[in-house]
Design a protein. Structure first.
Length: 318
């Protein structure tokens, strides 16, 4: 019986070793480079941590209000493609940033992706753009989902530089769990899943359909898929999971007086009870519920969302 058990243990060890060799020998990265000029308004800026961040910048009048756009998880500046031209045409300045490691920002494998550090990196980009154009430093932030958590971190760091905030489907209630377990073979296994099962056309379309609560065309899928398939995205996503944290509304040191929240009443990605908690914790916020909209109302119902945001902006006192 003892010999049989030893043979079984040896066989199990051999199988594990073979599986590990296979796991660590299979490539996990896409090879597509980041384009030199992803859009006509693209600007790349480097920070003190040598991270290159991609932004779309449109400056109409440096003395006018500048809108800063922060996208959600897995997205990029492309998710605001129906907002940027609209608000630029209404004479607002635009700074839309790809939050690392998403969009066309650098996919760093050693960056601390905590909300606080990312917030600091994004402020550096804004400061550099401000130096280029001598902007009025009172910004209005427009954020979606995860971007709203980063907005709170940015406001905590520099409360005097933010005039108001607009949050679309904000993920600011629940904190994340510890990622101590995300190491070794588990981390490698997640990378392999993302490369060969997660980041593909069919899966992105399925996720977007669920998030948007609407039909998804190929252009919509490709806007998300193309930047996700650039080099080092997968290992950078793993690094983000290992080092990121969540900043919630309960961490907001001094919430702004002027807050607009837009929420899709068919959002299946955020529990509706979170909206109740937000209303209680942020009583100064104006909350607008979008009928039949999901987690991406700024994309699925862009015209209505743009009108709501513009009305809020025009109501702000100088």
């Amino acid at each position: 019986m003892g010999d049989m058990m030893k043979k079984k243990m040896k066989m199990i060890i051999v199988i594990i070793v073979v599986l590990l060799i296979i796991m660590y020998s299979v490539p996990v990265e896409f090879n597509h480079p980041i384009p030199e000029q992803p859009t006509i308004n693209s600007v790349f800026k480097s920070t003190d941590q040598n991270i290159t961040i991609h932004s779309e910048v449109i400056i109409n009048d440096p003395q006018q209000t500048t809108l800063v756009f922060l996208h959600g998880l897995g997205a990029g500046t492309h998710s605001f493609h129906q907002q940027l031209p609209f608000f630029s045409d209404n004479d607002y300045n635009i700074i839309a940033m790809d939050i690392p490691p998403f969009g066309y920002s650098e996919k760093s494998l050693g960056l601390d992706y905590s909300r606080e550090n990312i917030a600091n990196q994004l402020w550096q980009v804004i400061d550099q753009i401000n130096q280029d154009h001598k902007l009025d430093k009172e910004y209005v932030f427009v954020s979606h989902s995860m971007g709203s958590s980063i907005m709170i971190a940015m406001n905590n760091q520099r409360p005097n530089d933010m005039r108001a905030t607009i949050m679309i489907a904000p993920a600011i209630v629940e904190s994340n769990t510890s990622s101590w377990w995300f190491v070794g073979p588990i981390r490698r296994g997640v990378a392999l899943f993302l490369r060969y099962g997660g980041i593909n056309e069919a899966n992105i379309k399925r996720l977007l359909t669920s998030a948007a609560n609407s039909d998804i065309d190929d252009d919509w899928v490709n806007r998300y898929l193309t930047p996700l398939q650039t080099k080092n995205t997968i290992r950078a996503l793993n690094q983000m999971v290992a080092t990121s944290n969540q900043v919630t509304m309960y961490d907001w040191i001094a919430p702004l007086n002027d807050i607009l929240i837009i929420w899709g009443d068919q959002d299946e990605w955020l529990d509706k009870r979170q909206l109740t908690e937000i209303a209680i914790h942020l009583p100064e916020a104006t909350i607008v519920t979008m009928p039949q909209s999901g987690h991406l109302p700024h994309e699925s119902d862009a015209k209505k969302v743009n009108e709501i945001i513009l009305s809020f902006l025009l109501s702000l006192q100088p």
